[in-house]
Design a protein. Sequence first.
Length: 598
Amino acid sequence: MKKQLFLLMLTGFILIALNSYGQNNNLPTKKVKGIEYYIYTVQESEGLLAIGRKFNVSADYISKANPYIKNGLKVGEQILVPVQKNSKLKPQIGNKSEAEFIQCKVEKKQTLFAISHKYKVSQEDIIKYNPDVVNGLHEGALLKIPVASKEKKEKDNEKHNPSKTKSENIDENNSQNFIIHKVKLKETLFSISKSYNVDIKDIIKYNPGSETKISEGTELRIPKKTGISNSKEQKKEKNSFAVNNANETKNLYENKVIRIAYLLPFMLNEAKKDPGLDRFQNFYAGSLLAIQQAKEKGISLEIFTYDTENSEDKVTEILNNPDLKTMDLIIGPAFSNQVPLVSSFSKEFKINTLIPFTAKVNDLDSSPYLFQFNPGADTELAYLSELISGKFKNMHIVFANIPDISPLDEGKIRIEELQSKLIKERKSFSKIDLTTPENVDFTRALKKGEKNLIIFNTDKYSNVSPFISTLRSNYSLFDITLFEQYNWRNQSIKLPKNIYISPFISEFNSLLINDFNEQFNQYFGKDVTADTPRYDVLGYDLSKYFITLIHRYGSKFGTKVGSISNFTGIQSKPLFERFSPQSGFINQQVYLGEDNSQ
């Protein structure tokens, strides 16, 4: 009953966008041993034959590139698909007489999503007349962009607006039908639309280009609405979270509404939900507590929440909503295959975007508006290397290699890079190639009388759990410590001793966490989870952190992220850094956790 009430309360906050758009085919790529591959995420009910047809590659070719999938594909799993440079895959071209064309030269880092929005044409139509783009976009390539004829546009308009007649249209040439508004400093399309009680889309309609950028001093034509007063004094507060008694006079966003969009997979339309998705509901619940506390401090907020499901199409559909262009911050999405869509949108419309979960953010080096919370393999590798050279310099390092691990596995990538670093630094280590738990003999690699640190070449617990059981049962005479991935913390079978690296504080401040737990229970009527990490606390910490930044410095807070180093988080204290003026930010704050329980 408590869980049903909790879900009902969360559902009350969730707004689901309705428009539909096509799939982004500009997939990230990776070179493995000189061969270029697409990184593709397996969709529901999809097999090797279907994926092969999609990329014009044989199923056998895909299987050989991914030996670890021999037991079948899993939804959400990432696999390598060979890039066919001279693909014969030709999507069927429709009647060209229905369209005229303009030529577009692909710019550096430009995506199919950005081009479709720039020319107001669907991605399917671009692919239809440029079939080679299924192999990716290349700088300097010339694309044929279809432009519908005037007659076709009018028919489409009549089709979508059957009750609208020409007499109801505003005469664009008659200045009496418009108010001329000169844009002031810090004004946005959203604030202007509210001042005159008109829709954002109507302002964009009569001021082409305003959806991309408006500058101080720009003159906008605002369509008049009969019988509606445009007085700013009659403006009504839309947001249920807004509070008008702001009292922090030194903050830039005093008396202004902070607009935040959450893009999370609630799966509201699914009859049977994956229990693992509960963590995203908990994340959102924790965020609502941070929002409630901000409201109590007089901060005005307007929250937009969308169910991204586990679909790229759904994310593209959401991004087609004009409200998204007016956000101060976007939080999400959750899945790595959805991130390129959002990061492209973020860069195009200059909207700060927090990617809270995945570390696979491929556009981070070229988009200054992205914030990646998960530090990722590079940061963890640097910290682990530092530990091996310092605190653990007297430990004997053992690399345990399980066969047929995906080359995309972060654990595999990490172990190969760490071995290269140790070789360059002339540090000794042992390696053991594993087969089955029954036939493996760790004694060949372990040393008696020394502390042994075992590092597996995978970040997936299902790959290592049989070997962990063997280590626990058969090697009690050795001093063994396991380097484990943080996501293994919720598993029951562990070594007596282990270490891990994570962006989370190993021990909560008891006063802070007790207060949070009490508020969570009172607000949602639901007990908190015992999971590691606590996603409800993560949502609370990150939402509080970014609300604080925006309230103090406005939406251009990128240069101020180091100004709240004294931020008090319960489970995490982000330390965002960028590596170039053009890059996004990565959280560099990681902690060492040690479990010495017997």
